[in-house]
Design a protein around this ligand. Structure first.
Ligand SMILES: [Zn+2]
Length: 435
């Protein structure tokens, strides 16, 4: 398969507008799934699509080495002296919306190669990685070097918080035979500087509505006499987190936080000095709505206030437990007579894997070989739900890798994948699959 053919496939996938958050484009999601299904079948994979209701399908494609005896049971280990492993590889085929479209210099759904960059929505997040995975498998098959079982796990609702992923992944019991999972949805530290992520923060989103009356009240008549929900919200939030030190004041909040060893801190400092955004939790107000915000003045006491806030969690904190602590804190810190409503929070735990596991160490060697630079080990302040779910459900090492660069504009206009890193990434994945 030459470069032109690979870019042609990549271009076809990018041209499908698989924006998962846009229900009007659900057909495009199905079209992308069908495109990938066909590609996997062409590689000789056994493919299954799993869906709940009408959700974007989870695609599972299993490649079994050609020398393995024919068997209806996939993932049977080849009976060769060099026993093959089963390697799981995750990527997602849904993308973020393209707006604001006027900021794009090239059409978002038309793959455009320019000045060493491959432009288009989803090129870096995450269709480029998905194409790299498919290409690596194909190339290894062509030269008869693929002795391992490869299980592709391609999700279609990563950008809408992977809400069905856990349920769908459990529908295939053979996945428990996988030795290690690679989540290919991350980026490099810089051009030719590879990194492996072994930790991610979890996240919980909260929505709190405080209500003190049925309608807005006249501040001249009712001022000093009634509670003001905007004031209550401000007081509550300032009790919950210290705006200067960022310390979270909820009792018990830090009880389970994983301690970071000296060795790990040294490792992390090599890759980035902003440790604080990776190893500590954070609470942030994301939005506040209350009262009159139009032009001029309206002298009222608002009837309601709405606060949206989120907590980033670190390893060993349990999102369900933290949710309960937050709810208790709100109950104890609002006046008894005040009505409030908590929308069921949506949360995910942090992800953490031992960076010393042999798969991670071997991958670091592969990267050094391909990119000619030391591999950094890193933790991200962000969250990838699938990584935490794969690890919790299957209890195997999960290694987060990727080849996009920090200026790849993911989720933004002019998203791109560096051409050189795209081709080198394919070589790296080949080496991982052939290990
Ligand atoms: Zn992604």
């Amino acid at each position: 398969m030459d470069k032109k053919q690979i870019l042609e496939k990549f271009s076809q996938l990018v041209s499908i507008e698989s924006v998962s958050t846009d229900s009007k484009r659900h057909k495009e999601i199905l079209k992308a799934a069908e495109f990938i299904r066909k590609e996997l079948i062409q590689l000789g994979c056994q493919v299954n699509l799993y869906q709940k209701d009408n959700c974007p399908p989870l695609i599972i494609g299993k490649y079994r080495p050609s020398f393995a005896p024919p068997s209806p049971k996939w993932l049977r280990r080849p009976s060769k002296a060099t026993e093959g492993k089963a390697i799981g590889v995750y990527a997602h085929y849904d993308v973020q919306p393209e707006d604001p479209i006027t900021k794009w210099k090239t059409p978002p759904f038309k793959l455009t190669v320019k000045n060493g960059k491959i432009y288009g929505r989803g090129t870096a997040d995450d269709k480029g990685h998905l194409i790299q995975v498919l290409t690596s498998i194909k190339r290894l098959i062509e030269v008869d070097k693929l002795d391992n079982n490869i299980v592709c796990i391609f999700e279609g609702e990563e950008e809408i918080s992977s809400k069905n992923f856990e349920e769908l992944i459990k529908k295939d019991p053979s996945l428990k035979n996988i030795d290690a999972f690679y989540v290919v949805d991350m980026g490099m530290k810089a051009k030719n500087i590879p990194q492996i992520f072994y930790g991610l923060r979890g996240v919980i989103g909260f929505e709190l509505k405080i209500k003190t009356s049925e309608i807005d009240l006249h501040s001249g008549v009712f001022g000093n006499r009634v509670l003001n929900p905007a004031q209550l919200a401000a007081e509550l939030m300032s009790k919950m987190v210290d705006g200067q030190t960022h310390e979270i004041k909820i009792p018990g909040f830090y009880d389970d936080v994983k301690k970071t060893s000296k060795e790990e801190i040294e490792l992390l400092l090599k890759s980035n000095s902003t440790l604080v955004s990776k190893v500590y939790p954070a609470l942030d107000i994301n939005g506040v709505v209350s009262g009159y915000t139009g032009e001029g003045f309206k002298t009222i006491i608002p009837a309601e206030a709405l606060v949206k806030f989120s907590i980033r969690l670190v390893p060993h904190q349990d999102h369900k437990k933290i949710e309960k602590l937050v709810e208790k804190f709100v109950k104890n810190n609002l006046p008894k007579e005040v009505e409030y409503e908590f929308r069921e929070p949506t949360g995910s735990n942090a992800f953490y894997t031992d960076f010393k596991n042999p798969f991670a160490q071997k991958t670091a060697e592969v990267f050094e070989d391909v990119f000619k630079n030391e591999t950094l080990f890193n933790r991200s302040g962000g969250s990838v739900a699938a990584a935490e779910i794969l690890q919790r459900v299957f209890e195997k090492p999960v290694i987060l890798i990727g080849f996009s660069l920090p200026d790849d504009n993911i989720h933004a206009p002019n998203e791109n994948f560096d051409e050189e890193m795209f081709w080198k990434g394919i070589v790296a994945i080949e080496k991982i699959f052939a290990q």
